[in-house]
Write a protein that binds this ligand. Sequence first.
Ligand code: ZN
Length: 148
Amino acid sequence: MTAPVAQSMSKQDIIEYLRKVHISPTTQRVEMAHLLLSKPQHISAEEVYNLVNEEYSKASRATVYNNLHLFERAGLIKSLNISPVLTVYDTNTTPHFHFVDTETGRIRDIECDTDTMNKILETALQCEDLEQSKAQVTGLQLIFYGKE
Ligand SMILES: [Zn+2]
């Protein structure tokens, strides 16, 4: 199932989408998803937790983290491992790459045309190790690191 474009979702859209993917649209989940999807962003679970508790009634860390996992499984957001100690959630679920500024920590989307993306994927899939292992590849993340 293809997720709708997150940024254009109203609370009603979110309720309908959650129902469609068999997630109960509790008030807290709908508010959290709406807050999260209000703009394109890369945001850590801890930042989501702080944001939710600034805007709405208290939500426990466990609830926020569980909802993030549910939203990811439902295709509303994607997780992105920036480093071994930093995972962020991306509200842009369309295929794209990232650039991380190593001085500021800023994460920026790198949009790329489909042909170029497919060429990169095809090239990466030719790695001998990968071919020999007969691994079933389900995704590829490409993160550029540097200074802007
Ligand atoms: Zn992104």
